[in-house]
Design a protein around this ligand. Structure first.
Ligand SMILES: C[S@@+](CC[C@H](N)C(=O)[O-])C[C@H]1O[C@@H](n2cnc3c(N)ncnc32)[C@H](O)[C@@H]1O
Length: 291
């Protein structure tokens, strides 16, 4: 059972609390995140996720950290129940084709045809079975990028099930760093990496955005894939481009069609060149290159 401790505040203060908590918990295994609750009213939550057994200790440290700068902050609590997504969604999930990839569940191994690059993902507690338009758009774009660009290493930011990191590694024998803000996702991703027969080459790390030393240890990257959401992608544009090697490529998704101009503006402003936009079910995936 997972617990979320959170403070409800404004966007600016949520960012400050995030920084403060990042200093407190550093590289420890607790995910720290900010979430927008209401854009118009500027209501945000700054959260720390932990397992139930760590709650008392984490709460004491959070309250101590907030005391000096945010004495009025009220730390609230949410219990996040474990959901058996596997049992819930195994049936009915058909294999998905995107680029040369076929993403399928373990119940559909017989659907793999010669020439397919097969990725086996059972629906679990992390996003990314290939069915969502954002995942499919990323897979298609990864296939294009790896056909046309010299890519020596890659970062999959917001890896979820690990599907995109696995896709990169199945096409190229290069090191891949797969990170997620959610520790359950990184655990699931590591399991999927193993069950896809990838013995080495993909490292996983739990980190919000670029708040981890894992990035400097593995980067800069020739390819960065981030299927998150428009708003965090816009915010992290300068950091993301800082971790991109000259001549590198970026694949961004989790962007609704109407939001694409804002995302493009942020990344054009960071001197990336737009290459292609792919549309799938109202979602867009954007490929940009660093000259
Ligand atoms: C839409 S899912 C994408 C999963 C997978 N990469 C795919 O394409 O199907 C987004 C993932 O990003 C993670 N995430 C959201 N915000 C993040 C952040 N700031 N830093 C790292 N991961 C984040 C979520 O926990 C989630 O697993």
């Amino acid at each position: 059972m997972e617990i979320r401790l959170y403070v409800t505040t404004t966007e600016v203060l949520a960012g400050e609390i995030l920084d403060l908590l990042s200093d407190v918990f550093g590289e420890e295994d607790f995910a720290i995140a900010t979430t927008e609750i209401d854009e118009k009213k500027d209501i945000w939550e700054a959260s720390v996720y932990m397992m139930r057994e760590d709650e008392a200790e984490v709460r004491a440290r959070v309250e101590e950290a907030l005391k000096a700068t945010f004495p009025d902050a009220k730390v609230e609590r949410e219990v996040i129940p474990d959901v058996d997504w596997v049992a819930k969604s195994l049936e009915g999930l058909k294999p998905v084709r995107a680029g040369r990839f076929l993403v399928h569940g373990s119940h559909d191994r017989d659907k793999v045809r010669p020439g397919d690059i097969a990725i086996e993902i059972d629906a679990g507690q992390a996003f990314g079975t290939g069915h969502h338009g954002t995942t499919a758009g990323c897979l298609e774009t990864i296939d294009r990028v790896l056909r046309s660009r010299p890519v020596r290493n890659a970062l999959d930011l917001g890896t979820g099930s690990g599907v995109l990191a696995i896709a990169v590694r199945k096409l190229r024998n290069i090191p891949v760093l797969a990170t997620d803000i959610d520790p359950i996702a990184t655990k699931v991703a590591a399991e999927n990496v193993r069950s896809n027969g990838i013995a080495s080459g993909i490292s996983t790390a739990t980190a919000p955005g670029f708040h981890s030393t894992a990035f400097s240890a593995h980067g800069p990257f020739d390819l960065i894939i981030a299927n998150i959401l428009a708003r965090p992608l816009i915010k992290m544009a300068p950091q993301l481009v800082n971790h991109l090697a000259p001549g590198g490529s970026v694949v961004l998704s989790g962007i609704l069609a109407a939001q694409r101009w804002k995302v493009l503006a942020a990344y054009n402003g960071a001197h990336l060149r737009h290459v292609r936009t792919i549309w799938r079910n109202g979602w867009v995936t954007i490929h940009l290159d660093r000259p």
